[in-house]
Design a protein around this ligand. Structure first.
Ligand SMILES: [Zn+2]
Length: 103
């Protein structure tokens, strides 16, 4: 009986953990542009979220908040270092006012 209780309790906590899985975001890895939050994953790869939550511990999103393509993959962007605009991977900066255009 005690074992069953333990199993039930751990199952409960596991499902609780999945339901409330938070992805914490360092403020340095967060930028807001074009009415979307961009979150730096490293190597100048940025994922997007339309919402950011906060609590005393910091900012976070849920996995379900991440903007995804029709195939379910995360929409990934790169950020132009000259104008800080975000573009799909493989697409050059399209900003007509980008300083990189005047080099
Ligand atoms: Zn640019």
């Amino acid at each position: 009986m005690r074992t069953l209780l333990c199993v039930l309790l751990s199952l409960f906590f596991v499902s609780l953990g999945i339901a409330s899985e938070k992805i914490y975001i360092d403020i340095d890895d967060l930028s807001y542009a074009d009415e979307t939050f961009h979150i730096h994953e490293g190597e100048n790869i940025w994922i997007q979220s339309n919402v950011i939550h906060s609590e005393p511990r910091g900012f976070y999103i849920y996995e379900s908040d991440i903007v995804k393509s029709h195939e379910g993959a995360y929409e990934k962007k790169w950020r132009c270092p000259y104008c800080n605009s975000h573009w799909p991977i493989g697409t050059p900066c399209q900003n007509p006012n980008c300083p990189s255009k005047y080099k």
